[in-house]
Design a protein around this ligand. Structure first.
Ligand code: ZN
Length: 463
């Protein structure tokens, strides 16, 4: 009965964009002097016309796909009116899911570490407001300063259902989301304030209280712990919890009332007449899916289907680049799947971390050579050395002693003898195939012809 319900509204800046959502001002505002990246559009001067940054739609679509949400083929921008100095034009351009409006995407999900699934209600694009800076603390400041460098930066808002029931789950959601965004190439951790969360908390069926603008997963957790405690205390005293908006005070670790919550009517949503609808085609969705190589879960599932074990699959799917290389290798030569999975998850993943490598070469022929000769390389450090050459674009040369024909025959006889108990009951063709697999791994594909004739000779002598 005394149930805690938590829903999140997460704002994610599209950090891979170089310009703002509706104008060509630079989106690189961190560390810049105030009000240098501004123009009539992002400061909302009368007569200025917004035009949509196409790349922003693609980036937002990546997030929708990551969160298994369904994009609407057509969606619209709306004006959300409110009077506040961080938005000089008196409205924010956003998307709205009522009054004939559709968000960018709907009905997604994100799995928490515990396996619990949190529903995503909608995902939409909107513009970031300017940044208000208070002189001293917010409560005592005699005036505030405004920096419009951030005004108009592209944001994606992700709205969850109130499916979380503890502070830990709320924190885990933010952490899983951050990880997922990094997996699809959005390194939001590198940008301060690129992910901001509004948390809705209600206790025992009471009114929903919104805590605005929390940065970071651990602050989300702390804010929820405090807010649940506050509401529980009021409930136990028989005092009704007011519907309101509160702010998280990071220093004092409490939430403070900031304004009573506006009801939706007060925002006077209306269609934005200066922007055309966003149209999303099937082919665009397919292209973006191919680009991000699916979500972590999707990659993991497809590796398991490929017969890769859970541990290796987990390591490879957590890195989009490793997964991309795995796909290239397995389409080039599917017999290399297992050795590829092992080398990618171990030596290559180690090397990428150690040398901070983000992008691997598209030409995998050097890597294929390493994989084919893997069994003949003496140790891990030799493998790493060869991998490094491949990444640098140098030729991979693997020197192996080539035995003379007579010696080769002796070595093969030895291999056949070692494996005899396993193959003796197989049909000839199966026997042959099994042994060839071992020989090719040991001597290399390029010597296949010599190996086939030597093996045929040995097997016929054994009959
Ligand atoms: Zn601008």
């Amino acid at each position: 009965m005394n149930e805690v319900k938590i829903g999140l509204e997460v704002h994610v800046q599209l950090v891979n964009l170089r310009t703002k959502l509706f104008c060509s001002c630079s989106s690189d505002y961190r560390g810049k002097p105030p009000n240098v990246n501004v123009c009539p559009v992002c400061t909302g001067l009368p007569g200025s016309m917004p035009s949509l940054n196409k790349k922003a739609v693609e980036e937002a679509l990546k997030i929708a796909i990551l969160l298994n949400a369904q994009p609407y083929p057509v969606s619209y921008f709306f004006r959300k009116s409110y009077f506040y100095p961080d938005l000089p034009k008196n409205f924010q351009i956003t998307q709205y899911d009522k009054a004939g409006g559709y968000p960018l995407a709907h009905d997604g999900s994100l799995k928490l570490t515990s396996g619990k699934v949190v529903r995503i209600e909608r995902i939409h694009l909107e513009e970031d407001p300017g940044r208000i800076v208070y002189e001293g603390s917010r409560a005592t400041a005699r005036y505030s300063l405004i920096d419009y460098n951030r005004s108009g930066i592209a944001l994606v808002e992700i709205v969850t259902a109130p499916d979380m029931s503890s502070a830990e789950e709320a924190r885990d959601f933010v952490e899983r989301l951050t990880q997922g965004l990094e997996d699809i190439g959005m390194n939001i951790k590198e940008f301060e304030g690129a992910l901001r969360v509004d948390v809705n908390v209600s206790y025992a069926g009471g009114e929903r209280v919104e805590i605005k603008n929390i940065t970071g997963a651990s602050s989300v957790e702390k804010a929820v712990i405090y807010e649940v405690f506050r509401q529980k205390t009021l409930y136990e005293k028989g005092i009704r919890v007011e519907r309101e908006t509160r702010a998280w005070d990071e220093k004092r670790r409490i939430t403070i009332s900031s304004r009573s919550k506006e009801f939706e009517e007060e925002y006077r949503y209306m269609p934005e007449p200066d922007l055309p609808p966003i149209v999303i085609s099937e082919s665009l969705i397919e292209r973006i899916k191919d680009e991000i190589k699916g979500s972590y879960e999707q990659r993991y599932e497809s590796l398991l289907k490929d017969g890769i074990n859970e541990e290796l699959a987990r390591k490879i799917s957590s890195n989009r680049e490793l997964y991309r290389i795995y796909e290239l290798i397995s389409s080039e030569d599917s017999s290399l799947k297992d050795v590829a999975a092992s080398v990618l998850a171990n030596e290559l993943s180690y090397l990428m971390k150690r040398d901070s490598i983000e992008r691997l070469p598209d030409d995998v022929s050097g890597l294929v050579k390493i994989l084919m000769n893997y069994d003949r390389l003496p140790d891990h450090s030799t493998v790493v050395e060869h991998l490094r050459k491949w990444i640098r674009g140098e030729e991979v040369v693997i020197k192996t002693a080539v035995p003379e024909a007579e010696d080769l025959k002796k070595e093969i006889e030895e291999i056949v003898r070692e494996n005899y108990s396993r193959i003796k009951d197989l049909e000839y063709n199966k026997k042959f195939e099994y042994l060839m697999g071992i020989l090719i791994r040991k001597y290399g594909k390029e010597r296949k012809k010599a190996l086939v004739s030597a093996l045929a000779e040995i097997l016929s002598e054994m009959k």
